[in-house]
Write a protein that binds this ligand. Structure first.
Ligand code: NDP
Length: 503
């Protein structure tokens, strides 16, 4: 509302406000009056400002930009946003830490969330990944427990190295991700200097129902830069929002961060016989076997205008697919397909997809109706059931996922821990890391694991030893653990080791 070219403050119902400093009282020294509805509304709305923070990835920063296709891979997928070189699609990206609260420090040792929403002409496609190509666990059943161990102790409300290392040492498939997390990549310099990975395997399929399996890699064009443990500790204390600030200020200055997007592609026949389970998220597909193929470039060139509206209310889900992209049997992904929408319904309400940041730029037409807070016309006067004879939208079988031949016994099939779980962390330790990186890795582990109970130190160090004797030996030395005992524990089965290190 304006008067004489000046903006006039209004209530939320649009009435001009006469005074925003003094509440209405009965006399100069008297109590407040119930009829001061402006005060009541101001306080009532303030009381409701906070929405539940995300259970994971609570602290984040985001930016708008675009994705441009640089290499035509449309023979593998019917996704229209990938249909030709030069095609651009608007994106919104949110980076985050995982375990900390909304006010926690950006420099904490933690994986970083890397979530991309592509606003395509066939609906929203979300790639909800991390800055690590793998994960700690490979079954969604373990996820709530795993996250609890990264949060606060229920009694002390403190972060607890015993919870952290107890769970990890009882979950040996985590050793690969633990090795990445405790390398300097566990403390990226900021959000611009890190890669993003889909981590999961996804399906790409064409118009004829032929499909392949893919993994995405978003390689930073700024180059990888990490913090040392000491630098990270310093930043946690002195500048807890350093990565949020870095992203915002870079974009404000016109220094737009970019990522080169690549994919690894595997045929279903290859997947049947591959030496690693291609759907096990604790494993990568080694580049020698599946060299990443260029796909496009992502650039972030616009800051949000309002953090709450665009970043806090942004809701990503790995279940948001477009025609041409689909899920894989990855057991962690299967749980995430449910959980992301579910948590957004709790956090933002049943109609969260209608919020401007989440709303597809393409047409939405279905029979879902009503629910709290519908800002649109709620489906207007159209029919609210299907099938109908009143020209409502119809499903089109042309958009079905390809048929996939799946058979087997319905049971809680156990993933057996095998020596194969130690092959890739060993490759990382021996082949990828140089001497300095190994030294930092061991130092970072010693600094954290040193806070845990000695039996847990022994159990976990034996797992490092199983990856490589130099790795376990280095950690044992740093912690002052008896090397013979670590070696003895490493030679046991996991069951025996757990028994021998029982608390
Ligand atoms: P390559 O030598 O072909 O690739 C190694 C990859 O490791 C590079 O992409 C590099 O990323 C990345 N890398 C370097 N240092 C670290 C670190 N401290 N933590 C995590 N990643 C790092 O080897 P392979 O493909 O045979 O894989 C060997 C091991 O490398 C794997 O077991 C896995 O642990 C790790 N890795 C593999 C990836 C893959 O998709 N194959 C992806 C990321 C890690 P960059 O080029 O960006 O520097």
């Amino acid at each position: 509302m304006t008067k004489d070219n000046k903006k006039i403050m209004t209530t939320r119902t649009g009435k001009p406000v006469d005074n925003d400093l003094n509440s209405m009282t009965a006399g100069k020294k008297g109590p407040g009056l119930l009829q001061d509805t402006h005060l009541l509304d101001k306080l009532a709305h303030f009381d409701r400002e906070r929405i539940p923070e995300r259970v994971v990835h609570a602290k984040g920063a985001g930016a708008h930009g675009y994705f441009e296709v640089t290499n035509d891979l449309s023979r593998y997928t019917r996704a229209k946003f990938l249909s030709e070189v030069g095609k651009r699609t608007e994106v919104f990206v949110r980076f985050s830490t995982v375990g900390g609260e909304r006010g926690s420090a950006d420099a904490e040792r933690d994986p970083r969330g890397f979530a991309v929403k592509f606003y395509t002409e066939e609906g929203n496609y979300d790639m909800v990944g991390n800055n690590t190509p793998i994960f700690f666990i490979r079954d969604a059943m373990k996820f709530p427990d795993f996250i609890h161990t990264q949060k606060r102790n229920p009694r002390t409300n403190l972060k607890d190295p015993n919870m952290f290392w107890d769970f990890l040492s009882l979950t040996p498939e985590s050793i690969h991700q633990v090795t990445i997390l405790f390398s300097d990549r566990g403390t990226p310099r900021d959000y611009r200097h890190m890669n993003g990975y889909s981590s999961h395997t996804y399906m790409w399929y064409d118009e004829d129902g032929e499909y392949v399996w893919v993994k995405y890699h978003f390689k930073t064009a700024q180059g990888i830069k990490n913090l040392t443990r000491q630098e990270a500790a310093e930043l946690v204390g002195s500048d807890p929002d350093h990565a949020t600030r870095d992203l915002f200020e870079s974009i404000e200055k016109g220094n737009y961060p970019a990522w080169n997007v690549e994919v690894q592609i595997m045929t279903p026949e290859e997947a049947e016989n591959y030496r690693f389970d291609p759907f096990d998220i604790t494993k990568v597909w080694p580049h020698d076997d599946y060299p990443p193929v260029p796909l496009g470039r992502m650039v972030l060139d616009r800051n949000p205008t309002n953090y709450f509206a665009e970043v806090e209310q942004a809701a990503f889900s790995p279940a948001n697919f477009v025609p041409g992209v689909g899920p894989s049997p990855d057991r962690l992904l299967q749980g995430r397909l449910f959980s992301y929408h579910d948590t957004h319904r709790h956090r933002l309400g049943a109609n969260y997809e209608l919020l401007p940041i989440n709303a597809p730029r393409s047409m939405v037409d279905n029979y879902q109706r009503d629910g709290p807070m519908r800002p649109d016309d709620g489906g207007g006067s159209g029919p609210n059931y299907w099938p109908n004879s009143f020209h409502g939208p119809d499903p089109d079988p042309d958009y079905a996922l390809p048929d996939v031949d799946i058979h087997g016994m319905a049971a809680r099939h156990e993933y057996e821990l095998g020596d194969i779980d130690f092959v890739q962390p060993a490759a990382l330790f021996n082949k990828v890391m140089d001497e300095k990186a190994r030294e930092h890795l061991i130092g970072n582990i010693v600094a954290h694991l040193g806070g845990a109970h000695e039996k847990l130190q022994l159990r976990q160090t034996a797992l490092f030893y199983k990856v490589d004797p130099e790795y376990g030996g280095g950690v044992a030395e740093g912690l002052g653990l008896p090397p013979d005992e670590v070696k003895r524990l490493a030679e046991m089965t996991q069951e025996e080791r757990v028994k021998a290190t029982a608390l």
